[in-house]
Design a binder for this molecule. Structure first.
Ligand SMILES: [Cu+2]
Length: 144
Protein backbone atom coordinates (compact mmCIF):
# COMPACT_ATOMS: atom_id res chain seq x y z
CA UNK A 1 0.00 0.00 0.00
CA UNK A 2 2.77 2.42 0.93
CA UNK A 3 4.39 1.88 -2.44
CA UNK A 4 1.23 2.87 -4.28
CA UNK A 5 0.82 6.04 -2.28
CA UNK A 6 4.38 7.15 -3.00
CA UNK A 7 3.71 6.54 -6.69
CA UNK A 8 0.56 8.64 -6.78
CA UNK A 9 2.31 11.87 -5.81
CA UNK A 10 4.82 12.01 -8.69
CA UNK A 11 2.04 11.03 -11.07
CA UNK A 12 -0.25 13.82 -10.03
CA UNK A 13 2.63 16.22 -10.56
CA UNK A 14 3.19 14.74 -14.01
CA UNK A 15 -0.48 15.09 -14.87
CA UNK A 16 -0.38 18.77 -13.97
CA UNK A 17 2.70 19.18 -16.11
CA UNK A 18 1.14 17.42 -19.08
CA UNK A 19 -2.42 18.68 -18.81
CA UNK A 20 -3.62 21.22 -21.29
CA UNK A 21 -2.88 24.57 -19.70
CA UNK A 22 -5.81 26.58 -18.44
CA UNK A 23 -5.68 30.34 -18.80
CA UNK A 24 -4.34 30.51 -15.24
CA UNK A 25 -1.33 28.29 -15.78
CA UNK A 26 -0.65 29.91 -19.11
CA UNK A 27 -0.17 33.23 -17.39
CA UNK A 28 2.18 31.56 -14.93
CA UNK A 29 4.23 29.91 -17.64
CA UNK A 30 4.75 33.22 -19.43
CA UNK A 31 6.34 34.75 -16.35
CA UNK A 32 8.93 31.95 -16.07
CA UNK A 33 11.99 32.50 -18.28
CA UNK A 34 12.09 29.98 -21.12
CA UNK A 35 15.62 28.82 -20.31
CA UNK A 36 14.48 27.74 -16.86
CA UNK A 37 11.72 25.51 -18.27
CA UNK A 38 14.01 23.68 -20.69
CA UNK A 39 16.64 23.15 -17.99
CA UNK A 40 14.27 21.34 -15.61
CA UNK A 41 12.22 19.38 -18.16
CA UNK A 42 15.07 18.32 -20.40
CA UNK A 43 15.28 14.56 -20.95
CA UNK A 44 12.13 13.91 -18.95
CA UNK A 45 9.84 11.49 -20.71
CA UNK A 46 6.63 9.63 -19.98
CA UNK A 47 5.17 6.30 -20.96
CA UNK A 48 1.74 6.28 -22.61
CA UNK A 49 -0.65 3.61 -23.83
CA UNK A 50 -0.56 3.60 -27.63
CA UNK A 51 -2.78 0.59 -28.20
CA UNK A 52 -5.33 -0.85 -27.95
CA UNK A 53 -7.47 2.24 -28.33
CA UNK A 54 -10.64 0.26 -27.77
CA UNK A 55 -11.78 -1.30 -24.48
CA UNK A 56 -9.45 -3.68 -22.72
CA UNK A 57 -11.13 -6.88 -21.66
CA UNK A 58 -10.35 -9.16 -18.73
CA UNK A 59 -7.75 -11.84 -19.44
CA UNK A 60 -4.55 -11.93 -21.46
CA UNK A 61 -3.68 -8.54 -22.87
CA UNK A 62 -1.15 -7.32 -25.38
CA UNK A 63 -0.50 -3.61 -25.19
CA UNK A 64 1.80 -1.20 -26.97
CA UNK A 65 3.36 1.39 -24.70
CA UNK A 66 5.08 4.40 -26.18
CA UNK A 67 7.69 6.66 -24.59
CA UNK A 68 7.01 10.32 -25.25
CA UNK A 69 8.76 13.58 -24.62
CA UNK A 70 6.94 15.46 -21.86
CA UNK A 71 7.09 18.76 -23.68
CA UNK A 72 6.78 17.99 -27.39
CA UNK A 73 4.84 14.72 -27.13
CA UNK A 74 7.15 13.15 -29.69
CA UNK A 75 8.22 9.51 -29.45
CA UNK A 76 11.58 9.08 -27.72
CA UNK A 77 13.69 6.01 -28.62
CA UNK A 78 14.76 4.96 -25.12
CA UNK A 79 16.73 1.77 -24.45
CA UNK A 80 14.21 0.03 -22.23
CA UNK A 81 11.29 0.38 -19.88
CA UNK A 82 10.12 -1.47 -16.80
CA UNK A 83 6.42 -2.02 -16.15
CA UNK A 84 4.51 -3.50 -13.25
CA UNK A 85 0.86 -4.42 -13.47
CA UNK A 86 -1.15 -4.25 -10.25
CA UNK A 87 -4.72 -3.87 -9.10
CA UNK A 88 -5.31 -2.15 -5.76
CA UNK A 89 -7.69 -4.20 -3.60
CA UNK A 90 -9.72 -2.86 -0.73
CA UNK A 91 -8.43 -4.26 2.57
CA UNK A 92 -6.07 -6.69 0.85
CA UNK A 93 -2.70 -6.70 -0.81
CA UNK A 94 -2.82 -5.52 -4.41
CA UNK A 95 -3.13 -8.14 -7.14
CA UNK A 96 0.07 -8.40 -9.16
CA UNK A 97 0.30 -9.70 -12.73
CA UNK A 98 3.31 -10.96 -14.59
CA UNK A 99 4.55 -8.58 -17.28
CA UNK A 100 6.58 -9.40 -20.39
CA UNK A 101 8.16 -6.52 -22.28
CA UNK A 102 9.78 -6.62 -25.68
CA UNK A 103 10.87 -3.87 -28.06
CA UNK A 104 8.90 -3.39 -31.29
CA UNK A 105 10.23 -2.39 -34.69
CA UNK A 106 9.46 1.20 -33.78
CA UNK A 107 12.09 2.69 -31.46
CA UNK A 108 10.42 4.02 -28.33
CA UNK A 109 7.52 1.57 -28.55
CA UNK A 110 7.34 -1.60 -26.50
CA UNK A 111 5.05 -4.59 -26.61
CA UNK A 112 3.77 -5.41 -23.14
CA UNK A 113 2.04 -8.70 -22.37
CA UNK A 114 0.18 -9.12 -19.11
CA UNK A 115 -2.92 -10.74 -17.71
CA UNK A 116 -5.73 -8.66 -16.26
CA UNK A 117 -7.33 -11.35 -14.14
CA UNK A 118 -10.13 -9.18 -12.79
CA UNK A 119 -12.50 -6.52 -14.11
CA UNK A 120 -11.76 -3.05 -12.73
CA UNK A 121 -8.92 -0.59 -12.35
CA UNK A 122 -5.37 -1.77 -13.03
CA UNK A 123 -2.27 0.35 -12.66
CA UNK A 124 0.67 0.00 -14.99
CA UNK A 125 3.62 1.61 -13.25
CA UNK A 126 6.23 2.39 -15.90
CA UNK A 127 9.84 3.39 -15.40
CA UNK A 128 12.16 4.40 -18.22
CA UNK A 129 15.55 2.67 -18.16
CA UNK A 130 17.92 4.71 -20.26
CA UNK A 131 21.27 6.43 -19.83
CA UNK A 132 20.00 9.73 -21.19
CA UNK A 133 16.31 9.86 -20.34
CA UNK A 134 14.36 9.48 -17.16
CA UNK A 135 10.69 9.09 -16.54
CA UNK A 136 8.31 7.35 -14.19
CA UNK A 137 4.56 7.37 -14.36
CA UNK A 138 1.49 5.26 -13.94
CA UNK A 139 -1.00 4.33 -16.63
CA UNK A 140 -4.48 3.57 -15.35
CA UNK A 141 -6.37 0.90 -17.28
CA UNK A 142 -10.09 0.26 -16.80
CA UNK A 143 -10.49 -3.40 -17.58
CA UNK A 144 -14.02 -4.40 -18.70
CU1 LIG B 1 -8.67 -7.40 -8.04
Amino acid sequence: MKKIITLILPISILMVACGSPSTDTQTQVETVPETEITATEENTVMVALASPEEEILMGDAELILEVKDNTSGETVPVENIEVSSTMPMEGEDPMISKVEIEPTETPGQFKVKTNFSMVGTWNLAATVKDAKYQGENEIVVEVK
